[in-house]
Design a protein around this ligand. Structure first.
Ligand code: TEU
Length: 550
């Protein structure tokens, strides 16, 4: 078993975690003040979203300088203090490396714009087509065209994301060396993990071609050369050290590629994030739609990834939430009527799967989407573009806002709710993004004093460490066609565990397969307390329960 298989990672969004100086933006000193809280939860590592110098057009995913901490978050000394403080509690740091693109304020891009040919080869710059139109018909993932004029040269540069995020040219060996240097710099500073942003988009072909029908993503996603680039980076940096944890954010990837990226024999990465299970409330593949989630599809996808990665010895990052996703309890459950049941059921569903669980800040206290009524309350560039496009498509303000409220990335970026004081104790100033209105009920102080969610997360973390079967057992999905329960078995040589997760309110009876029901079993963990397994088993609203089969 690899060391990381027993670990649980906590994703911390620095901008919204804790502000120490009253400017409304979270910072490193704020995080330092909350290290005891992280230690109490029991996590092993924190993944911090980018804190490098950036104009913050896309909240730090637009990097100006990979070697310096943005003053809005603090100084290098603050960072070193944080590493030291975390270490005292056995917690390590995973940094977020945005290597598909840089900000257009990065020195490389500025030199390129000034005419330096060497740096022009750092980016993907192309002539227009003969008829003067853009080099390809590709769209930016944030809306609009994927090409923008490169100064007054008549050429265009590629930006798969915002116009201020220029895609790097990984075909240029100098670019790859520069990025290896960045990883090595942070390894020397004591960073023990790396999350690589949209890593499967780095391999663009020399000749870029127009998309036809719906094949656009395939023209720049998971190109075979990506594996070569990752192996090279591995061998030149983190792969030379023991126990460094790496995770690639893989946009629209496949199980087949997931195995190639994460099978340890291939020397690429420890694990990957994939997102198919978080698209089950998209209509015809379109995010900005109002569509209830499809539970059977959710099960089908989770099962496909669990079984497939297990067969190919790949490794999944397990998560419901991150800084790009709406809150899962608002999305797949009922946090108003069943706050604890929803939160604990969703948590257990993934914590007992095969892979490494990630907890996104606030999840452990049941934070929800904020439901702002006004588009001006949202800060995310993608939400504003989407609102504009929805209005242009003829939707009313109300219709557009209904969608924005469900899908905006700001849903998870609201400030951490620490207590019931003004702005939830996040800042003494004006928060950069409004705190969700439910903070007097949902906050750390209250949760830790009288709630059950935080304690449930502690328990799930403990179980992973105590039961090897959770960390390294095989996975088998059962009751695959059941319309309300996601059920699976984990098994290794010593133990078998049966996990039942009920995704709906109301009571619901299942027939447990004889193979499991006939054996002796003992209760392992559940959100309605201790129960006995029986062949006809009635689950409570949002119940989750795991039994050891003896
Ligand atoms: O996200 C990559 C990505 O494609 C999505 O998660 C995207 O934000 C979403 O699908 C839009 O609907 C990563 C980062 O996690 C995200 O915060 C950055 O904005 C993006 O890359 C660009 O660096």
């Amino acid at each position: 078993m690899k060391d990381f298989q027993k670990k649980v990672i906590y994703q911390l969004y620095p901008k919204s975690f804790k502000d120490s100086d009253g400017n409304g933006i979270g910072d490193l000193q704020g995080i330092i003040s909350k290290v005891p809280y992280l230690a109490e939860l029991g996590i092993d590592m924190i993944w911090m979203n980018p804190i490098f110098v950036s104009p913050q057009m896309d909240n730090g995913y637009d990097i100006t300088d990979y070697y310096a901490i943005d003053p809005v978050f603090g100084t290098m000394a603050d960072f070193e203090e944080l590493i030291g403080k975390l270490k005292q509690h056995g917690i390590e740091i995973m940094f977020d490396m945005v290597f598909n693109h840089t900000s257009t304020t990065h020195e490389w891009f500025r030199k390129a714009l000034a005419g330096d040919k060497e740096y022009q080869d750092y980016y993907i710059i192309r002539d227009p087509k003969e008829d003067g139109s853009l080099p390809t018909n590709w769209s930016s993932k944030f809306g609009g065209e994927a090409w923008a004029p490169f100064g007054d040269t008549g050429k265009y540069y590629l930006h798969l994301f915002d116009v201020t995020q220029a895609d790097l040219n990984w075909r240029n060996p100098k670019v790859r060396e520069e990025l290896q240097k960045v990883v090595n710099f942070w390894l020397e500073k004591g960073i023990k993990g790396f999350r690589f942003d949209v890593l499967n988009l780095i391999g663009k072909d020399v000749a870029l071609v127009d998309s036809e029908g719906s094949n656009e993503k395939s023209l720049y996603t998971d190109r075979p050369i990506v594996h070569e680039y990752i192996r090279e980076l591995n061998q030149a940096s983190f792969g030379t050290l023991e126990d460094i944890i790496t995770v690639g954010e893989m946009s629209s990837t496949t199980v087949e590629n997931g195995i190639l990226y994460s099978n340890p024999d291939r020397n690429e990465l420890s694990m990957i994030f994939s997102f198919h299970h978080l698209k089950v409330d998209y209509k015809d593949g379109e995010k900005w739609t109002d569509q209830p989630f499809d539970f059977l599809e959710l099960k089908r996808i989770l099962n496909e990834w669990q079984a497939g990665m297990s067969d190919g010895n790949g490794w999944n990052a397990l998560f419901w939430n991150n800084h790009d996703q709406p809150r899962a309890n608002s999305r797949f459950g009922d946090p108003e009527r069943y706050p604890f049941e929803t939160a604990s059921m969703l948590a257990q569903t993934i914590h007992l799967l095969r892979g490494t669980p990630y907890i996104y800040q606030g999840e452990e206290i049941g934070m929800t989407n904020p439901d702002y009524d006004d588009i001006s309350s949202y800060r995310d560039i993608e939400s504003h573009n989407a609102y504009r496009e929805l209005k242009l498509a003829g939707l009313t303000h109300q219709e557009a806002m209904r969608i924005i409220k469900q899908k905006s990335r700001d849903n998870s970026r609201t400030p951490m709710q620490w207590d019931s004081s003004r702005h939830a104790g996040f800042t003494t100033g004006e928060p950069w993004l409004q705190v969700a209105a439910n903070y007097p009920e949902v906050n750390v102080e209250k949760e830790c004093a009288e709630g059950q969610i935080f304690r449930y997360y502690q328990e799930l973390i403990r179980i992973r460490k105590e039961h090897a079967v959770i960390a390294d057992g095989s996975y088998e999905g059962i009751l695959l066609d059941d319309s309300e329960v996601f059920a699976y078995i984990r098994e290794n040589e010593e133990e078998k565990v049966l996990v039942l997760n009920h995704f709906y309110a109301g009571e619901y009876t299942i027939s447990v397969p004889e193979e499991w029901a006939s054996k002796a079993s003992s209760f392992l963990v559940g959100n309605y307390g201790e129960r006995q397994l029986a062949s006809s088993f009635t689950l409570n609203p949002y119940e989750t329960i795991a039994f050891r089969i003896i």
